[in-house]
Design a protein around this ligand. Structure first.
Ligand SMILES: Cc1ncc(COP(=O)(O)O)c(C=O)c1O
Length: 518
């Protein structure tokens, strides 16, 4: 018989705490085929190994010298099947887009077509070395070139830097190009203006690039306060960073007016284009006066993301900024051969500000994104935006009668719907609704972001969810919200049915325990 797991946790404990009278406790701590999993250190043994090594020949010369280990490394041993089971059990406790609806706003957790995966795994793309001679990787270079062409066409911009490896990395790339352009004309400026409705990475990027960040307020309807922005423009302002569609899920309809004013004041316009999935095929940011904009390939053009990566954040650039684009970039010569322009190509490289990465960017993301584009076609991508917006508006209008929707009167939302916790009863808040949704089998939406709304709940259904899936979510969401409105204190203890109850999230973030204390 299996011993109860050593961590001592049993699903019944949490159910008992909640006052739920369930079935009899199991001996093992497991519940049906859901298996609780202790830490490796709790199940491993020092005398076990998963591999068979030949005995050490005592007479063999020791070539390690002073580098020889003086004491045991302290790893625990498991057999191969034990190891496989450990990680498989843990993976079953993961929630992912292939498991269910994932309404995280701003994160665009949408289905990744399997075709993308098939293409990304082709050895000609997956197995190439970044230092392989360019003549041997022409196909891969062509993919990057063609993807860049699509990005320029879709955004109406003349140039693109492909190498940034995430959205925030792309922001830094764009801001460094802006800095280089200002410096080239001997006009060092110190301030970057960031509206309240911008994504949090925008002020972080500007500060990281050594600019002073100044906030521009949002209007009551959730958009940039144009009058306040114009009033702040001046010779010290290097750039404005605007997220469009913004984090309130709204299109910044005064963008052109803002861009004209920024240009007239000698500044540049950075657009955070991570939410491009709401407008792809419908709006070309180049027509709105954008100078630099990153696109999260890992959001707009599918490709898996989460857990810190991998991502890809190419940046499209205007004529004014294109000369400062980072190295390397791809060109095609008259014979049709693709080649990379590098540091030593002095004539072709222009006054570049430098480089963002050691090599050329994320090949796996490039192949997936281009596959997504080619399989949708131009009209299909337009449909992506329309469906993403339709689905978000369906959720907004299905919830607004019971849930505070601060910008419901500002017109249709874009790809995400924003709610607040204003009307909840007792001391219930957004966090309690998020935890209640876990019990209903849903990953929570993005919470407490954006900061402009009290107890914000940002819900992004994406275009890949069916009406049936969204209706099911709305039913669960409404049920949990109704409990919150009624001040149902039991919600404060949720989740009841997850492998773990409510964690101390502050302690987990501030005082993480990263090593096993046996
Ligand atoms: C609007 C917006 N800007 C920037 C980012 C940052 O992108 P990344 O996480 O790839 O750095 C995100 C992330 O999803 C985003 O939603």
């Amino acid at each position: 018989m299996n011993a109860p797991n050593k961590s001592g946790w049993k699903p019944e404990m949490q159910v008992a705490e909640s006052g739920f009278v369930g079935g009899p406790a199991t001996t093992t701590g497991n519940r049906a085929l859901m298996l609780e999993e202790p830490l490796l250190f709790e199940i491993g043994r020092a005398d076990v190994t998963g591999v068979d090594l030949p005995p050490v020949d005592a007479s063999a010369p020791n070539r390690l010298g002073g580098l020889a280990r003086s004491k045991a490394i302290g790893l625990v041993g498991l057999t191969e099947p034990e190891t496989v089971r450990h990680y498989t059990r843990l993976s079953r406790q993961n929630y992912g887009i292939d498991l269910g609806f994932f309404p995280l706003g701003s994160c665009t957790m949408k289905h990744n077509p399997r075709l993308n995966e098939k293409v990304a795994r082709l050895p000609g793309f997956a197995d190439i070395h970044p230092l392989a001679p360019q003549s041997t990787v022409q196909g891969a270079l062509e993919v990057v070139h063609q993807l860049g062409h699509w990005l320029c066409t879709l955004t109406g911009m003349p140039a693109v830097a492909m190498s940034p490896k995430a959205g925030a990395h792309g922001e830094l790339c764009g801001i460094l190009a802006i800095r280089a352009a200002h410096e080239a004309r001997g006009d060092a400026r110190e301030v970057v203006l960031v509206p309240e409705s911008a994504h949090g990475t925008n002020p972080a990027t500007a500060a990281f690039a050594n600019y002073r960040v100044e906030d521009i307020p949002a209007t009551p309807e959730g958009r940039v306060d144009v009058a306040a922005l114009k009033a702040r423009l001046g010779p010290d302002v290097a750039a404005v960073m605007i997220t469009n569609p913004n984090t309130c899920g709204l299109f910044e309809k005064d963008f052109r007016e803002i861009a004209d004013a920024v240009h007239a004041a000698g500044g540049y316009v950075y657009c955070d284009g991570a939410n491009f999935n709401a407008i792809v095929g419908k709006v070309r940011p180049g027509d709105l006066g954008v100078d630099a904009m990153h696109i999260n390939l890992h959001k707009t053009f599918s490709t898996p993301h989460g857990g810190g990566g991998p991502g890809s954040g190419p940046v499209v650039l205007s004529e004014a900024l294109a000369p400062y684009a980072p190295l390397p970039f791809i060109r095609q010569n008259a014979e049709g051969t693709f080649y990379l322009v590098e540091e030593e190509d002095r004539e072709e490289r222009g006054p570049t500000f430098g480089r963002m990465t050691a090599f050329h960017g994320q090949m796996g993301m490039f192949t997936r994104a281009l596959t997504y584009m080619l399989s949708h076609g131009a009209d299909g991508l337009k449909q992506v935006a329309e469906d993403a917006v339709l689905n978000a508006n369906y959720i907004l209008r299905s919830m607004e009668d019971i849930l505070h929707a601060p910008f419901a009167d500002s017109g249709p939302c874009m790809h995400e719907a924003l709610f607040g916790d204003k009307d909840f009863g007792g001391d219930l808040s957004t966090l309690d609704v998020a935890k209640g949704l876990i019990d209903e089998g849903y990953h929570p939406m993005t919470v407490y972001f954006p900061l402009v709304v009290h107890g914000a709940m940002l819900v992004e259904p994406t275009e890949t969810e069916s009406k049936a899936a969204i209706d099911q979510f709305i039913t669960a969401f409404r049920a949990v919200v109704e409990r919150a409105l009624a001040g149902d204190e039991a919600l404060k203890q949720a989740p009841y049915y997850a492998p773990r109850r409510r964690l101390d999230e502050t302690a987990a973030a501030r005082k993480p325990k990263l090593a096993f204390e046996g």
